[in-house]
Ligand binder design. Structure first.
Ligand code: ATP
Length: 561
């Protein structure tokens, strides 16, 4: 893993803004310290009842100027810091979304948890900039400036104050980094597990939902928070002790100089108050290690997410998809993890032909469909569209030229119209309504909400909406995975009539366990389950109602050369 790879990619070109905000932050802190120092000097000098008012006037003007200047500096610093943060935040989110989309399927059932964690991680990075990097940079600049200023009074005092400021604001928080990082990891895991458990419970159907024990995860979070607070208390104690030591050192050194007459009395209050105020600037730094620890973990996860290989990456110079393409699978092999799912399978579907892939559950039919639309690349062999290897084609064009109705195809949470127009945004309502009528869904309202994943529709209704969406997509190739599995015989008959009509001029590939759809196809291609040994006879086809249905067999039966 590249160290802070994601952060560096997001910050590229924004370093100037970050430095400018830190510089203004340091100036605002310095003017706060100078304000209290000048105020202290003013009160001390006034208590001495000077004969001339010149010094007092000078100090009063200084207090006013520093008070106004500090507010103005703080305001501009906030503007710059927030501008910087929002720019980088938008950049980070865009990178994450762009990475999530092509990897979404591979995230599997944890998609909710991964999305939630990615959001939290981007927020952690933003927090690290706003609450860690900027205050830390500003504090370091202030420390350097204060040490230089104090060195004019006494070099040993300057070195002492510098050491104590670094101890309070940098060294003590640094020492807490490792335990805070461990706590941050624990919290991130517990939060991800909690989100995953919650998402699973919410998605589970009523009868399978078992009450999950969230309390154990909540307790882990509580324990981490309690230890976090204990560490912060130790840091606060270290900071206050360092401030007290610096104050003592200042009083002794500057007090000695005042008593010996080397310095005017007003310097004592000015130096003591200025030094103590500088330590106040270390207070926000207690959150730095936690924010940095959160951010380091977040960066690692986001870097891994955004650089994880996409199984089906786009070629650098894609070829256009040929017109009226024949489809070929040439000796393809697919593994899902350790499981060999497809072995040396070949298939040729001329353009415009209709074929059915049939075979037992788990034989790999859906996997073959995913290969054809390049949702997956084979581990060996090739998928060709019009003779061109699909890996060389423009993936967007390829997806546009194929319509795939997935098994249990999910609907998006939105209106029926929005779901159907995923096929083609320009489709007029009349066309949508006509197709729904033909599929027996005349009673459906295009403005009706389908619910999350289509939860407000029955299984059969959902399947017909998904079928309509696939049929409406203007494509060369139509792949339907179990298009009638959820339908009763009258609804299936209607669906088959519509498929027959709508598929004209396109290549049709149907995956089915039912005999009905076989009436639509020219060829039935059996796909058998691959045994451990790697060879098996082709699966028997379901009873075929049409003699044409069995006209062709696959070039090589699935996995059995
Ligand atoms: N993303 C995946 N990760 C791991 N294994 C997978 C994945 N997708 C499919 N498989 C496995 O690959 C095998 C073939 O799955 P596939 O969905 O292609 O079968 P199928 O023939 O379409 O089955 P069905 O008729 O039940 O839909 C199965 O054993 C399945 O468990």
């Amino acid at each position: 893993m590249t160290r802070l790879g994601f952060t560096r990619a997001v910050l590229r070109g924004e370093e100037g803004r970050l430095l400018a905000a830190a510089l203004l932050g340091a100036l605002a802190l310095a003017s706060a310290a100078a304000l209290t120092a000048t105020g202290g000097a003013l009160i001390s000098r006034a208590a001495q009842r000077p004969d001339t008012l010149f010094t007092l006037t000078f100090l009063i003007t200084g207090v006013r100027a520093l008070g106004l200047g500090r507010a103005a500096l703080r305001y501009v610093e906030r503007l710059l810091a927030h501008d910087f943060t929002f720019r980088t935040l938008a950049r980070a989110r865009t990178r994450v979304y762009a990475a999530l989309v092509p990897r979404g399927r591979r995230l599997g059932v944890q998609v909710g948890a991964v999305t939630h964690t990615a959001h939290a991680d981007v927020d952690a990075l933003q927090n690290a900039t706003l609450r860690a990097a900027l205050p830390l940079l500003a504090y370091l600049l202030l420390t350097a400036a204060l040490a230089l200023a104090v060195a004019r009074l006494s070099v040993p005092l300057a070195l002492g104050v510098l050491g104590l400021l670094l101890l309070a604001g940098v060294l003590a928080p640094l020492a807490a980094c490792a335990p805070l990082a461990r706590l941050a990891r624990e919290r991130a895991h517990a939060r991800a597990a909690l989100t995953a458990a919650l998402t699973d419970t919410l998605h589970a159907s009523a009868e399978t939902a078992t009450p999950q024990d969230f309390s154990a995860l909540e307790r882990t979070l509580e324990r981490a928070d309690a230890r976090d607070n204990a560490l912060l208390a130790v840091l606060t104690f270290a900071r206050e002790s360092a401030a007290a030591a610096a104050l003592l050192l200042t009083l002794v050194t500057v007090g000695g100089a005042v008593l010996s007459g080397a310095l005017p009395g007003a310097w004592l209050a000015a130096a003591a108050l200025g030094v103590v105020t500088a330590f106040d600037a270390a207070a926000p730094l207690a959150g730095v290690p936690g924010a940095l620890a959160d951010a380091a973990g977040a960066d690692g996860r986001l870097h891994a997410l955004t650089t994880a290989p996409i199984g089906t990456a786009a070629p650098p110079r894609p070829t256009r998809v040929p017109d009226r393409p024949d489809l070929h699978l040439d000796g393809v092999r697919v593994r899902h993890g350790d499981q060999l799912v497809v072995q040396d399978f070949s298939l040729h579907v001329p353009h415009g032909r209709a074929v059915a892939l049939v075979g037992p559950s788990g034989a790999g039919k859906t996997t073959l469909a995913r290969l054809l639309v390049r949702d997956l690349d084979p581990d060996a062999g090739a998928v060709r569209w019009g003779g061109v290897d699909a890996r060389h084609l423009d993936p967007h064009e390829l997806h546009a030229r194929a319509a795939l109705m997935e098994q249990d195809a999910p609907l998006l949470s939105g209106t029926l119209r929005a779901n159907l127009r995923l096929a083609d945004r320009a489709l007029p309502d009349e066309r949508l309504r006509a197709l729904l009528n033909d599929l027996g869904l005349a009673h459906f309202d295009l403005d009706g909400w389908v619910g999350e994943g289509g939860a407000r529709l029955s299984g059969g209704e959902r399947a017909r909406v998904a079928l309509a969406r696939a049929l409406l997509k203007p494509s060369d190739v139509l792949i339907l995975d179990e298009p009638t599995a959820h339908l009763d015989p009258p609804a299936e008959a209607l669906a088959l009539r519509v498929i027959e009509r709508e598929r004209q001029g396109r290549t049709l590939i149907i995956i089915t366990h039912r005999p009905g759809p076989l009436a639509l196809v020219d060829d039935v291609l059996p796909v058998g389950v691959l045994p451990a040994g790697g060879t098996s006879p082709p699966a028997p086809a379901p009873t075929a109602p049409s003699p044409a249905a069995l006209a062709l067999t696959p070039e090589a039966p699935h996995g059995r050369p």
